[in-house]
Design a protein around this ligand. Sequence first.
Ligand code: ATP
Ligand code: MG
Length: 637
Amino acid sequence: MESFNIGLGNNDNETRKLANSDYVHFWDEQAKNLSWFSPWQKTLEWTPPFAKWFVGGKINASYNALDIHQSTRSKKPAIMWEGENGESRVITYADMWTQVQKLANSLKSLGVKKGDRVTIYLPMIPELPISMLACSRIGATHTVIFSGFSASSIRDRVEDSKSKIIITADGGYRRGSIVPLKEVIDEAISGLNFVKNVIVFERTKTKIQLNDKDVLWNDLLKEASDTCTPEHLESSHPLFILYTSGTTGKPKGVLHGTGGYLTHLYSTFKWAFDIKDSDIFFCTADIGWVTGHSYVVYAPLLHGATEVMYEGAPDFPDASRIWDIIQKYHVTIFYTTPTSLRMFIKFGDDIPNSFDLSSIRLLGTVGEPINPEVWKWYYSVIGKEKCPIIDTWWQTETGGMLISALPGLETIPLKPGSGTLPIPGISMSVVDENGTDLPPNTKGYLIIKNPWPGMLLTLWGDDTKYKNVYWSKFKNCYYPGDFAIRDDDGYFWLLGRADDVLKVAGHRIGTAELESCIVSHSDVSESAVCGIPDDVKGEVIISFVVLKESSSKPHDSLREEIVSKIRNEIGAIATPKQIYFVSKLPKTRSGKIMRRLLKSIASNDQIGDISTLEDGAAVSEVQSAFDDLKNSIQEKK
Ligand code: ATP
Ligand code: MG
């Protein structure tokens, strides 16, 4: 397997040694990097499957994100914000601190108390992190809902969390038009009497109707004092509820605590990004997803870092927007998703090549397996063959990264398509159906053998589901639901969701293996494969393919080329029964391919929960590609 000998860092083997000898003591040491109001009495209370970290310790997230920087970095930009319409704002650590305290006092004045839930439905503007930190300052649990969600999705989540207060905006910009967020909220909460107030930030200054419950952000903050003592909260005090992306089914309400979660973020941000005071960090994730919570809001602020925050769509007004932002702000660390990278590849290399990207020193990816071909493109076209790429595997439930190369800690060879090794303090394995460790190079289920500080507390209001989903398949081990392989060097390769595994003629093939092979064809930009029932073979593979804009070959010859590639690189058993060319794939709002939807369409099954789907048009697109082919096959007969 091809490997790249690049990395930064200083090979701090002591950290790994300490972690391997006693992970509880190891995390105890890491937690000391944060500021605590009172020390903990017990590092870990583990009553499987419930973990409490740093029991008895008192802490506050907003204090660690803001107060501790005031004597050294008050004038340093915390956020350099770029609006979709070209506006920009710089918010220093001092500005953030003032705004957070004012809003925290305002929330108190509206009757919000420690333990109450507050729903936040805001676009990517600085008021979103400010709202989260204001909640955490007074011990309210925030629940952020991605600002693209519909009224009914919001209603479900608000009813589930029983939020007293909603924070929203008059509107948000998306691809040049204004999304009427306040109107959506009005519809979502109509008749929900437990919602006491709606705080409205005026982002677009569009005319909105104000109801009895509504208060304008500016009016509220005008009256508020700018000093608010942070609550001293128990380490496992619930910091937030966040619903998963819904790639595999109905979203789950993941509940995270405070001290453990922050310890995990502080450590991984330092190890993975090798963060320096002079860095300009840019993560493209929306704060509505966990990557935004952990690595846009909490981790960079804990470190007093400066980051770029972008409000809009990555291809608005055109496909050069992200490269333009990197050039403008001299971004040094760039963290994005394989989906975005595949989109950039589709538009061609000339676009990034016409920008000065030389400030970048480190690249990261998260969210899906990264195809080796896409990895190499990222490495050469964006990183100019000088920047390490960290492929970070984690989930909403894990709170922070669990597998990643760690340039801030050690230099190890990178292999395109592998996340490399688990972070220190984490014991992971690949096992068979019975939970037995598999030898290297054998496909199986990824499991985690010990609790870790960023681990979810439970699923909100549903301990039973928490136990069933994550802890019942393998005894006393956490089951993430992913399919993986570990190679001879102990590197982990994520092969896709365990539920999506293709079973053909007794072989098990991860979706990522086959998709990566298809994507490595020079005309292809994206691909999704799934298995559907077949009378004769039990299951057959079908594949959906999106072509690059530059592709002009006839579909029939492309089909032949793709099939012969698969036969050569994987084997004849992996040959799809059908290859459908489509212009988009169904994806979740967080950018992940929804294979379960392809499968239902292709098998004529009921389509389940699609509330987190990005674009309804993708479903009909796939459906019609499928129907067309079925018809033409029938005609040929
Ligand atoms: P749901 O649980 O509702 O189906 P989801 O799993 O897509 O939604 P997230 O928590 O956002 O919600 O995604 C976590 C999943 O994303 C992981 O379980 C894994 O399948 C995938 N993933 C994340 N990062 C990587 C990565 N670097 N390599 C491979 N897969 C990844
Ligand atoms: Mg999941």
